[in-house]
Ligand binder design. Structure first.
Ligand code: ACM
Ligand code: ZN
Length: 720
């Protein structure tokens, strides 16, 4: 079947390119003529089950008439043909009528999405403007994968109903059909459980006076929110109309610190020194052997199963801190009784118990790949392979239906180029890298492919919260157009031709995304410096701007800039709702590493600071900061530079920081002057002179965690 799909796609390449449909259909035949949708056009439908799609369509194409009886002319006729497969559709545009026939509801929905892409992009604004002209064509299309997903983490950064609905809209425009909803984690519990109202009353909020410690920003305030069951029903319905199934995740038995703060009895009976570190409860795993824990899990899952119609309920299974079990008398005794030598067996046991609970409520588990390292979960389990390709392949080989989502290609919290925001633990990758994912080149055999349910991209939101106010701009920038690439892979393009895809993106899809109100990312301009002139070029229709570093300016770039200091210019481009990252010549990013010594009131262990002193990495202070605690940076020689930034916490994550404090500097190493307050644990000085020493002083008692991290200062040289 795959080779047939390929032939049709190649045969139709020319027409396909001119329509620039994303994801690219299996077969497109462009014909002469056009159909004009007017106010007088009728939408007809054959089947009550697709009536919601009439209502949906009218929102975008507000014609005046709807009919259940057949209409011959001036009609958009939608219907079901059971001979077509699930989600398959046939879209025929003729001079007198448009016909969308789907194998099922999803097929009709997919056909409608393709029809939208044949229209001017304004259709997505729902402005109600008619007439709309659609070129005649015949499109026959079906997805390769039944699972085309996206995971949204609302536990770290809370997102309200409107934001989630907007997200469902923009995913559905790309024929994504699964929303994996990460509703619980260490930092928050976001789903109402009626039998345990405390879970949201307490667990949905962190920071300020909350029981749940602040982490990842909003340090001084109580932060959070949750979905009531009524709201979740509304979201389920909203998504269902848009052919998206919501699969909830209750992350067990790890990632449960928020739950454990409310119900500490779920934790292991660890020795006192293990229980708390610097008075901070870090433990996050349910004890695997307390029988009462399974009763509590049952209470929660019963309601989750009743609420969500999805066959699968995601129950986590990732990143369990096994040391908690290894230091628990009950867990150790259980292992001994059963002859286990590996604590992973306890996870197998826990997850198997959870599976039994789900079974009772007619559901099947979905889990992260670690949960099937052992072998206790039944083969009905769906595995989400996130760690790497090998784990995905392993899961398919064991016979599990597998959702392929290795972080290196599918984790959209990864940054897209070295100096942008975002994580980098899996990779730094942009849309082109993402598009390059190829099952065959990754080592999947035909046999293993039979077990691939599909692909999923994800956005874990611990860095999103740092983008206050948390508008959707950041998540959209991180997600699109990478999500367009994933939608193509999910639909069936494997190892596609990047330049052909990029032409489709730039050609029409950028305008569509702008009309969808997506704040997507553009490729950065290419910046060159030659013969005293700086030039910037882009490979799309965006407009280039530049600014002089640290000046609050923005100037449209129209011609090369003559300068002897190219490194001070920063360029970016914009197109409607989209923007590129900022970029500059390589010298802009050069840093100084003058000899220095770091000490702190919080530790007398200077070895702790060696890595930071030598600019090799971060230093860890295993103490909790108190008001007045300090970190002192003493330079061997006074530093003059164009910029210096002092950082507590990791360079990209506002975590383990001085939540509040100030920076003072000294030109003689003796007398200090207060020069800045800390924002997200850091402070930057522009054009400072003769810095002999600098001191970060805490004004907070505690930072919600058990340690403080120090990252070496970033020092940019004066431009000659
Ligand atoms: C995960 O990223 N811990 C699934
Ligand atoms: Zn235990």
């Amino acid at each position: 079947m795959k080779s047939k799909i390929l032939c049709l796609a190649i045969a139709a390449t020319c027409s396909v390119a001119s329509f620039a449909i994303v994801p690219q259909p299996v077969s497109v035949q462009r014909n002469d003529g056009a159909f004009v949708i007017k106010p007088s056009t009728t939408i007809s439908y054959t089947d009550e089950s697709i009536r919601p799609l009439v209502v949906y369509l009218l929102d975008y194409v507000p014609v005046k008439h709807v009919s259940k009886a057949p209409v011959e002319e001036n009609v958009i006729a939608i219907g079901i043909d059971p001979k077509l497969q699930a989600e398959e559709y046939r879209l025929l545009v003729e001079g007198k009528r448009i016909e969308i026939t789907g194998g099922d509801y999803g097929g009709v929905f997919n056909g409608i999405q393709t029809l939208f892409q044949l229209m001017p992009s304004e259709v997505y604004t729902r402005s109600g403007r008619l007439p709309i002209t659609v070129s005649c064509c015949l499109i026959e299309d079906r997805p390769q994968f039944a699972y085309r997903g996206f995971m949204l983490d609302v536990a770290r950064t809370w997102m309200n109903m409107d934001k989630v609905k907007h997200y469902i809209d923009i995913l559905s425009y790309h024929k994504i059909n699964k929303l994996h909803f990460h509703l619980t984690d260490d930092e928050g519990w976001r789903i109402e459980i009626k039998s345990h109202p405390e879970l949201t009353q307490i667990g949905a909020y962190r920071g300020g006076s909350s029981l749940i410690d602040a982490v990842y920003g909003k340090w001084g305030e109580r932060y959070g929110g949750y979905f009531t069951q009524q709201q979740l029903r509304e979201l389920i319905d909203y998504a269902r109309v848009r052919n998206i199934e919501i699969i909830p995740e209750i992350d067990l038995p790890g990632h449960s610190r928020a739950f454990a703060r409310i119900h500490p009895e779920i934790l292991c009976d660890n020795p006192p020194e293990f229980e708390r570190r610097n008075n901070y409860e870090r433990r996050s795993a349910w004890c695997a052997t307390k029988e009462s824990n399974y009763e509590l899990v049952d209470d929660v899952l019963k309601e989750v199963c009743e609420l969500f119609p999805s066959k699968h309920i995601h129950v986590g299974g990732d990143e369990v801190a096994l040391s908690q079990w290894k230091n628990c008398p009950h867990c150790m005794a259980y292992m001994k009784r059963h002859g286990y030598t590996d604590a992973h067996k306890l996870e197998d046991y826990f997850m198997a118990r959870v599976e039994k609970i789900l079974e009772k409520y007619g559901k099947t588990p979905a889990v992260w790949n670690e949960a099937v390292n052992g072998g206790d979960l039944s083969l009905g389990t769906r595995v989400h392979g996130w760690e790497n390709v090998e784990e995905c392949i392993k899961a398919t080989t064991k016979g599990y239906e597998t959702v392929v989502m290795p972080g290196k290609y599918f984790y959209f919290d990864m940054r897209q180029s070295p100096y942008e925001d975002g994580h980098n633990w899996a990779a730094i990758f942009d849309t082109e890298d993402c598009y390059s994912f190829d099952f065959a080149k990754s080592g999947f055999t035909e046999e293993q492919m039979k077990k691939v349910a599909g692909v999923e991209a994800t956005f874990f939101s611990e860095l999103y919260i740092a983008h206050t106010p948390e508008k959707l701009d950041y998540i959209e920038y991180m997600t699109f157009p990478r999500m367009c690439a994933v939608s193509e892979i999910a639909w069936g393009k494997n190892g596609g031709d990047w330049s052909e895809f990029y032409d489709r993106l730039k050609g029409k899809h950028y305008d569509r995304m702008a009309s969808m109100d997506i704040h997507f990312r553009l490729n950065p301009p290419t910046v060159k410096y030659e013969d005293g002139e700086l030039t910037a070029t882009v490979d799309d229709n965006s407009i280039i701007y530049y600014a002089v570093e640290n000046e609050n300016s923005s100037t449209r770039y129209v011609r090369p800039i003559k300068t002897d200091k190219p490194a001070q210019y920063v360029f970016w481009s914009e197109y409607r709702t989209a923007t590129s990252p900022r970029t500059a010549v390589p010298e802009h990013y050069a840093t100084l590493k003058p000899a220095m010594k770091i000490t702190s009131s919080m530790t007398d262990n200077e070895a702790v600071f060696n890595r930071a002193n030598e600019y090799r990495g971060t230093a860890f202070i295993h103490e909790v900061c108190k008001n007045g605690d300090w970190i002192l940076f003493e330079f061997d020689k006074p530093v003059n530079c164009r910029e210096i930034e002092f950082i507590t916490g990791y360079a990209h994550i506002p975590k383990f920081i001085f939540n509040s404090g100030y920076l003072e500097t000294s030109t003689d190493g003796v007398t200090f002057e207060r020069v800045a307050v800390l924002h997200a644990g850091r402070a930057k000085l522009v054009n400072p002179t003769q810095i002999k020493a600098a001191r970060i002083v805490s004004t907070c008692d505690g930072n919600g965690t058990y340690l403080v991290v120090v990252t070496p200062p970033v020092i940019k040289p004066i431009l000659q």
